[in-house]
Design a protein around this ligand. Structure first.
Ligand code: 86X
Length: 529
């Protein structure tokens, strides 16, 4: 999903290059030649073999597969979301769904298929995206009379019926959301969660009588997106407004939450909340009779976040041992592992584990007892580290004797012995600490990646140093296009990520770093996904 909401390779004027249609392969099992001369299958290593800082791309592929989040699939750009990742999606979905319902948005479901006539009704919006649309052309061996498109987004599915449903001001606001999949047949290199040809999202589509109401919603929804990233996924984001070049072309203005991946030095659009103005209501003739009995066009918004959020979280927190899950999105927050000992009755440890996990569950935590008797404790430790479980509790004979358990944090591997009477309280506190500490660490690192510059040469230096750049800008479309041209290289052009809502002081007379014209505001620039 390019910058998920827009095919930015097309916006950049780059033609998508057809790529080989082979699905990306999971590293193959190594074969070794045995002394007998026969080939023997060597078991693929269970743990991580690639370090995050050695080869970030391969590290990412390895971590999403070995942690059990993703299974590769034989259609290029499509991935299986296993329970270990889907459960995260469900947690975020539950949060967001409850919040939008509180403010009066309703769920609905519109069809997956779009007729060609509906899809091409508003040509301007579709034109640049056309190469990404997937079509159904046959049933069995018979050509369909008319090909049918698979939704890449649902404006053309929903807005014709908005026009039908909205008659008078009493029909407003109309505020709908749907949870669904969409398909965009992209040719850029696919990456699980980050850019896939099919992905899951929620898309909100709303219509109001006034711009003021629409503006308020844009901001409210953007704040929900910030909470998903910062409060749940412990990923810091910058809230801001997109430049004219980078906004959704069909809309009036686009607001965004922007994240940053330090390893690649790239910004990544986290989610967008658009005010569409009256552009779509003109095209689809969505009007209403206002209180004065006059015909008026509705004001519309649309907004979405996608399964990309999971990929960003993995990239930010994962380490050389595997996934690191923030407690608020971890399906399993605490894993309890018995540590049997030679000549000691292991049922004592098993009973203690059970007792502890019940206490934790009663305290509202998501707990897993790992009682598998075919794996030694050390193996289990590595396995749950790979899967990113935030807190591990070990219980061995010594602990039983001392009426304590050992707690080990996934984020920093700190260990502590906790009295049995205190386990639930301490686990709750530790999980809060882990959540806060993951965010703090990520934010400190992100902040170090924002460089404030005033001059072009410093801008280039910061970019080449894999940083984002905050620079005073004249806000001219031609200047942004020019910066793109001047920075085009193997690693891709720099563009504005957003104009942050939070702006540093801009003293009178400050000049644009790129054009030397008077600067209007600070913009955040960077290479991006
Ligand atoms: C842009 C805009 C908008 C509703 C959102 O960002 C939030 C949720 N939609 C989506 N966009 C397209 O309009 C689009 C259209 C076609 Cl035909 C396509 F193939 C790909 C697209 N990608 C993005």
């Amino acid at each position: 999903m390019s910058t998920e909401m827009k095919g930015d390779e097309l916006q950049n004027g780059l033609k998508p290059k057809p790529k080989k249609e082979s699905a990306k392969k999971v590293p193959k099992e190594k074969k070794e030649v045995a002394p007998t001369g026969k080939e023997v299958k060597k078991e693929t290593k269970l743990g991580m073999t690639i370090k995050k800082n050695d080869n970030f791309g391969d590290w990412y592929s390895e971590v999403v597969v070995k942690s059990g989040m993703i299974e590769y699939y034989d259609v290029s750009g499509c991935y299986i979301l296993r329970p270990w990742s889907y459960a995260i999606w469900e947690i975020l979905k539950d949060f967001f769904d409850a919040e939008i319902k509180k403010i009066g948005i309703q769920n609905s479901y519109f069809p997956l298929f779009v007729s060609e006539q509906a899809l091409t009704k508003e040509k301007d919006h579709i034109e640049g995206f056309a190469p990404e649309v997937a079509w159904v052309t046959k049933s069995g061996n018979t050509d369909l009379e008319v090909p049918i498109a698979i939704r890449p987004t649902s404006e053309t599915v929903m807005y014709p019926v908005f026009a039908k449903w909205i008659r008078g001001h009493r029909d407003l606001p109309l505020r709908l959301n749907q949870w669904c999949n969409v398909v965009r047949w992209e040719f850029k290199h696919p990456t699980p969660f980050i850019r896939s040809r099919e992905f899951l999202w929620q898309e909100g589509h709303t219509a109001f009588a006034t711009k003021k109401e629409a503006d308020v919603e844009v901001e409210t929804v953007l704040e929900l997106y910030r909470r998903i990233y910062e409060d749940y996924l412990a990923v810091p984001v910058v809230k801001g407004i997109k430049s004219e070049v980078e906004k959704f072309a069909g809309g009036l203005y686009t607001t965004t939450v922007e994240a940053f991946i330090p390893n690649t030095g790239r910004g990544i659009q986290g989610a967008t909340s658009h005010c569409l103005g009256q552009n779509f209501s003109k095209m689809f003739e969505i009007h209403f009779e206002d209180e004065k009995g006059e015909r008026a066009l509705v004001w519309q918004n649309s907004w979405a976040f996608t399964t990309r959020v999971i990929g960003v979280m993995v990239m930010i927190h994962g380490d050389d041992k595997g996934l690191v899950l923030p407690p608020r999105v971890a399906t399993v927050q605490v894993v309890v592992i018995p540590v049997p000992y030679k000549n000691v009755d292991s049922s004592v440890m098993l009973d203690a584990c059970h007792e502890v996990s019940q206490k934790l569950e009663s305290a509202g935590l998501r707990v897993k007892e790992d009682t598998r008797d075919n794996y030694p404790p050390g193996w289990k430790y590595s396995d749950w580290e790979l899967k990113g479980v935030p807190l591990r509790i070990e219980i061995g004979p010594k602990d039983i004797e001392n009426k304590q358990v050992r707690m080990v944090r996934r984020d920093n591997f700190e260990k502590e012995d906790v009295p049995l009477d205190n386990v639930a309280e301490r686990a709750v506190a530790l999980l809060d600490e882990i959540q806060a500490s993951l965010f703090k660490k990520a934010k400190e690192e992100r902040d170090l990646c924002i460089k404030e510059v005033l001059k072009w040469d410093d801008f280039i230096m910061a970019l080449n140093d894999k940083k984002m750049v905050l620079a005073p800008w004249c806000d001219d479309v031609e200047v942004e296009e020019d910066v793109k041209k001047r920075t085009k290289g193997d690693t891709g052009a720099a563009k504005t990520l957003c104009m942050p809502f939070e702006q540093p002081d801009l003293p009178e007379g400050t000049l644009c770093f790129a054009s030397g014209k008077p600067a209007k505001r600070w913009a955040l620039w960077g290479r991006s996904y």
